[in-house]
Ligand binder design. Structure first.
Ligand SMILES: [Mg+2]
Length: 167
């Protein structure tokens, strides 16, 4: 049987957006983000992060640093007694990037649906039973392009947002 998932944007949704975040010491969860992740798991959803990280293409930090921060997020969830995020997908590209290997148009940078489509395929996720939660219209758009219902998070408790919008 197929899985269902709640896909979360990262910056501005799970954590306070401080622009080009990569250091754990600068990371701050948004209100009740951990509880929102726990709620989704309790409701039988996979929890997957879908994040644009153009800071890689811009030369502000490396892919290894992105991956290290994601590992740290899961360690932090474990410290709080919560299940880890099931998977992280990030787009390191940007058309105007300074780092040649990442300076390109791609199909993964939101609002393109590439990361969502890849996750659904790799994790056997049914789009019609899943949600994309993010603080930007491009998150919602990426969801809609993938057949996934988009939910715009406008601040406040992320748990309340998820409870209101997810069955
Ligand atoms: Mg965001």
């Amino acid at each position: 049987m197929a899985n269902k998932a709640v896909f979360f944007d990262r910056d501005g949704t799970l954590n306070v957006d401080v622009h080009y975040l990569y250091r754990p010491e600068d990371f701050q969860w948004t209100p009740e983000a951990v509880e929102a992740i726990e709620y989704c798991h309790q409701q039988g959803y996979l929890v997957v992060v879908i994040t644009n990280q153009s800071g890689v293409a811009r030369g502000y930090y490396t892919e290894a640093e992105v991956q290290r921060l994601h590992q740290w997020m899961n360690e932090e969830l474990a410290r709080q007694g919560a299940k880890p995020i099931d998977a992280f997908y990030y787009c390191p590209h940007h058309p105007q990037g300074k780092v040649a290997a990442y300076a390109k148009e791609c199909s993964c940078r939101k609002p393109q649906p590439g990361m969502l489509l890849q996750a659904c395929q790799e994790m056997n996720i049914e789009p019609a039973q899943s949600y994309m939660v993010g603080d930007s219209p491009r998150d919602v758009e990426a969801g809609e392009k993938s057949g996934i219902q988009g939910v715009l998070y406008t601040g406040g408790s992320l748990l309340a947002c998820v409870r209101e919008n997810i069955d």
